[in-house]
Design a protein around this ligand. Structure first.
Ligand code: ZN
Length: 339
């Protein structure tokens, strides 16, 4: 099973709060193309989401709340769809104050959908305010009341598939986007079995960037994923029913893989909050799946250093000395299962 090890890999980002506060947004002068701007947008919004959670003892703003209540439609039916400052507009989002009050970061530059409303600028056409939605399993509620899959509600819930493997925000197709909740139906998901006969598309991802969507992850990075199945990227004249069967669609599997896991799997591996103490970097872990793990640390997700052994069935603590004054903004723990 190619996935058995990845599956139990947990990566925990330690987000340095000071870095979050002081790190200025990337200078717009260096932005050269729409995709780079879009990825910057997602990084900034995801950073805002993290900073908000840090300010609220780790509690997450949910997929159903992060937009401030706004709903998008085609054609536009409410001023909040084109006016950031309208009631229920994005300026009323709980994340707004963490974004530097920048309405432009809520839109992909390639999203050209516009609308008009008599209550905004005398009915002149204006761009819609938002192009992104949030993984519905982040903060929930669970899609369609599905049980058995983990709904992440706190920052330290992201143990499996881990911060680098769980998506937070995604560009959504303009005909599909409505509320801020991007629905992923977990029905039929089995790791290592991309051929899922029960696969469904709930909401359609965007395909603005070489046929792909911009997607951010809990560890703060953002990347474009290019869709493989034409059913994920219907032509513009397609009339968009949402929540449709898409059996065997590899893109659905790709999304499910990065969305959530079975509750018992997601809870089998628990880290306490890693702490930086001087140059000593510590984490406690509790593992209940009967296997031993090597604890590894890194500050770049590439160069991992072995930090200790975590034994199954008991609370274990491991620590490692790292240079934490080298301008890295975050460091990572992971537990690698011993084969
Ligand atoms: Zn984009």
């Amino acid at each position: 099973m190619a996935f058995s090890r990845v599956d139990l890999l947990a990566v925990l980002a330690v987000l340095a709060l000071i870095a979050l506060i002081t790190r200025a947004s990337i200078a717009s002068a260096t932005r050269t193309d729409a995709q780079a701007i879009c990825l910057d947008n997602l990084r900034e919004l995801t950073r805002a989401w993290t900073a908000h959670a840090i300010d609220h003892e780790g509690a997450l703003v949910s997929a159903s709340q992060w937009t401030g209540g706004q709903w998008l439609s085609l054609p536009v039916s409410s001023p909040s769809e084109i006016d950031p400052y309208a009631p229920e507009g994005i300026a009323s989002s709980p994340l707004w104050q963490y974004t530097g009050n920048q309405p432009q970061i809520w839109r992909c530059p390639e999203d050209t959908t516009t609308g008009s409303h008599p209550d905004y600028q005398n009915g002149a056409p204006a761009p819609r305010v938002r192009s992104y939605s949030m993984n519905g399993w982040v903060g929930g509620p669970a899609w369609a009341g599905q049980t058995g899959w983990k709904v992440y509600t706190k920052l330290d819930d992201f143990q499996v598939p881990g911060p680098s493997g769980t998506f937070i925000l995604i560009g959504e197709r303009p005909e599909s986007i409505n509320d801020g909740y991007f629905g992923v139906d977990m029905i039929g998901f089995k790791q290592g079995s991309p051929q899922n006969p029960q696969a469904r598309i709930i909401d359609y991802p965007a395909s603005y960037h070489s046929g792909g969507a911009s997607i951010s992850y809990m560890d703060g990075r953002a990347e474009v994923n290019v869709w493989k199945d034409p059913r994920t990227v219907p032509p513009p004249e397609f009339i968009f029913p949402l929540n449709v069967a898409s059996p065997g669609n590899p893109d659905v599997y790709w999304l499910q893989y990065r969305t959530t896991r079975r509750v018992e799997q997601a809870n089998a591996l628990r880290f306490g909050s890693p702490r930086v103490m001087g140059e000593d970097f510590r984490a406690a872990a509790r593992i209940q799946d009967g296997h031993d793990y090597d604890l590894e640390v890194s500050n770049d997700l590439v160069n991992w250093k072995k930090a200790g052994l975590i034994q199954s069935g008991e609370e274990s603590e491991a620590s490692v000395e790292m240079n934490i004054n080298d301008n890295t903004t975050r460091q990572f723990f992971r537990a690698r299962r011993r084969e």
